[in-house]
Design a protein around this ligand. Structure first.
Ligand SMILES: Nc1ncnc2c1ncn2[C@@H]1O[C@H](COP(=O)(O)OP(=O)(O)OP(=O)(O)O)[C@@H](O)[C@H]1O
Length: 259
């Protein structure tokens, strides 16, 4: 298990990203180097504009870096994308209102030509995984924001991606729902065992979820520190109330001073 955990799944070496247009040029990221091992849960944490989303989009091969290299399981990010290694969850669930929950979840399977009986089986499994049994025949607008985001997570997991990329998935939710979904996400991750890269600007959320937190600072976006989170798992409410949790919050908050 330990060996599997150490296998480098995502490797970034000196990655830089400049957005250029006729009118302006933004140096969004500079000299980002990091390694994420297979099966790890890591967060990208930082204030608005420090390049977190850019970094996630680079890993997903939705955009390409202006310098440096990105490898996923030893291959290019493009090859990883074409091999459907990624599942992506965005800040807004991006569900189709005219499709029932089960049809939203099944969409990637449908697009891949998976046959109906298999789709049905898989969707039932996913509904159970995100604890939405009994809601498959509802429409997205009949669900709460937290439930909609769980549908988006189920859809992202439908193709069994090795890597789950999540861009502030819970930031639009109230704190109670967010904390509950944090625990549910860890339970899902415990069952699925994939690699998760999670973008957030919440210090406590990043600590609660992650094995390691990459702290970014803005203008240009750089890695300002890397903090290992040795809190035991499973994590729950007690974790949030532990002195170790508060110490980590203080430590990461300290790393933002002067930013
Ligand atoms: N398509 C784009 N064209 C030009 N500049 C961009 C583009 N996308 C992002 N930027 C700029 O790059 C920088 C990093 O943006 P990015 O969205 O990656 O940051 P972020 O940390 O995810 O911010 P937030 O937390 O507000 O979502 C910002 O200065 C932003 O204005």
């Amino acid at each position: 298990m330990e060996t599997a955990k150490r296998y480098p799944e995502i490797e970034l070496a000196n990655v830089g990203m400049r957005y250029s247009s006729d009118a302006s040029e933004v140096n969004a990221l500079q000299e980002i180097s990091l390694d994420i091992a297979k099966g790890e849960f890591v967060s990208l944490l930082g204030p608005s504009g420090c390049g977190k989303t850019t970094l996630l989009r680079l890993m997903a091969d939705l955009i390409q870096p202006t310098s440096g290299s990105i490898k996923v399981s030893g291959k290019s990010a493009k090859e990883a994308r074409l091999a459907r290694k990624y599942g992506i969850v965005f800040q807004n669930p991006v569900l189709y209102d005219w499709r029932r929950v089960e049809e939203n979840i099944a969409l990637p399977l449908e697009m891949m030509g998976v046959k109906k009986s298999e789709r049905k089986r898989k969707v039932a499994e996913l509904l159970e995984l995100v604890r939405l049994q009994g809601f498959g025949d509802k429409y997205p607008w009949q669900l709460s924001g937290g439930m909609q985001q769980r549908v988006a997570i189920a859809r992202a997991l439908s193709m069994e991606p090795e890597i789950l990329l999540m861009d502030e998935p819970f930031s639009a939710l109230d704190e109670f729902t967010r904390e509950r979904l944090n625990e549910e996400l860890l339970s899902i991750w415990g069952q699925v065992n994939n690699t998760v890269v999670f973008v957030t600007h919440s210090i406590s959320e990043s600590i609660f979820l992650s094995d390691r937190v990459y702290v970014l600072s803005p203008h240009p976006g750089r890695l300002s520190s890397v903090v290992d989170i040795p809190l035991p798992r499973p994590r729950n409410r007690e974790t949030r109330n532990s002195p170790e949790f508060f110490n980590l919050i203080a430590r990461i908050r300290g790393s933002f001073e002067g930013v």
